[in-house]
Design a binder for this molecule. Sequence first.
Ligand SMILES: Cc1ncc(COP(=O)(O)O)c(C=O)c1O
Length: 371
Amino acid sequence: MYFEEARLESWMRDFYFDTDLDIGSSGVHPYSFADVRRLTGLNGTDLDAVTFGDSWTLGGPGIRHELADRFTSGRAERVMVTHGSSEAIFLSMTALLRPGDEVVVLDPVYQQLAGVAAAVGCTLRRWRLSFADEFRPDLAALRALVTVRTAMIVVNFPHNPTGVSLSPEQQRELVTIAEGAGAYLVWDAAFAEITYGREPLPDPGGWYARALTFGTFSKVYGLPGLRVGWCLARPETLERLAGVRDYVSLHLSPLIELIAERVVRNGDRFVAPRRDLATRNRALLAQWMAEHAADVQWVPPDGGVTAFVRFPHVGDGAEFCRRLATKHRVLLVPGECFGHPGFARLGFGGPRANLVEALDHLAGHLGEAHS
Ligand SMILES: Cc1ncc(COP(=O)(O)O)c(C=O)c1O
């Protein structure tokens, strides 16, 4: 297998720890372990009771049951706990795809969702989201891309980086398209629980047997450092993923599983405050965008905490973001990391004061780029 450079992760490696104001990340403001203990009631006795033996391949019963109660009507046999949803992506594509398979992926897209399939040797067909169409997913275009050779359709809604999502009717149509081809449907729901003026979309695994739904604590739960995600799928599919896990990670740590179990049991306590903050930040950002409309354009996101903004007058977007990081110590992710120069991913999930300060710097930097 050959893996192309993961450009977003490289960018983060270069700038995440060397900037002070983060408007590049796709998650909400992270919680501390003190927050976790306060919000879950986890105490020293609970921690002391953990034994560092092996855990179960698909995850311990406690965390699987909590995830099942929250996301799959109690069907724990449909749950696999993973090391972030990155591992769910890797296991699914390496277990279920073969060289030469056709795979339909969104464009732009979180790179790993396309890159692992490419490394397996699949032929990628891009389902494009275009700024000119306000990034609206075009189901007719998807239909035209899907053939009997399509082995997997890979989507992520609400979408990173644009924040666009589907209506429930469009989601059903998408599933019908996957079903018509007999394709696996990867439904990456990393941002499912933060939406604006619409209900979160359901797990398509509820009515489509070949669906794999991914989730993670890294985004709307504010716990990226916990490294816990999950894959919801039928048991025979999870068994195939487990066959790859036997070669790479075996299982999660029982300590991490205990913390994750308590987090998911108290999930709303983590998500609700961050969702409120994101809603207020999105309104603030809308106002800022209106004031700077000559220099920066956007499509207000339907969900998640990122927008894919366009700089009509900036020539070299990567250099623009590099200078913003080194001179202003503000983290923004250039569209180059998603294969779309001229754009940048702007994250608004952080503390309000940071967002205000970072946007001030960005406005100044745009002014300098002009002069
Ligand atoms: C859409 C999407 N899926 C999956 C991931 C992987 O995240 P993690 O492994 O932290 O769950 C990311 C991270 O940015 C993402 O944006």
